[in-house]
Design a protein. Sequence first.
Length: 132
Amino acid sequence: MPHIDLDENLPGIRALLAFSPETAKPLGELTELLLRSNEGLSPAEREMIATHVSYLNDCFYCHQSHGAIVSCYLNGDNETVNAVKRDYQAREVTGTEKSVWWERAVATWPDYARYQTKTDRQIPVFVLEPIE
């Protein structure tokens, strides 16, 4: 039983925000800054992170909401959204497998190759595998 009287017609966190508008305002501003900024990660990448974290937190409303926004950013690509709503285990790859994955990574993010030329250490490569 909740300790405060919430509007049952408002889903998820919306009922809490409606209960306390003075708290909702700075939280809304923070959300806009975290999810909508174009610095570093794109808004789509930020929403993907929010989708995954919401999925791990088992918050159906949140992962559905963030996932729908990702789908819009990605022109309806629900396959990517569904992939984000999974749990993965990371493992470091070595040898030939690392070479294959390194080439894929560099093809996608050429800065990796430039960064490798600026350091003596070997950049590790990890592969994510879905946990069933």
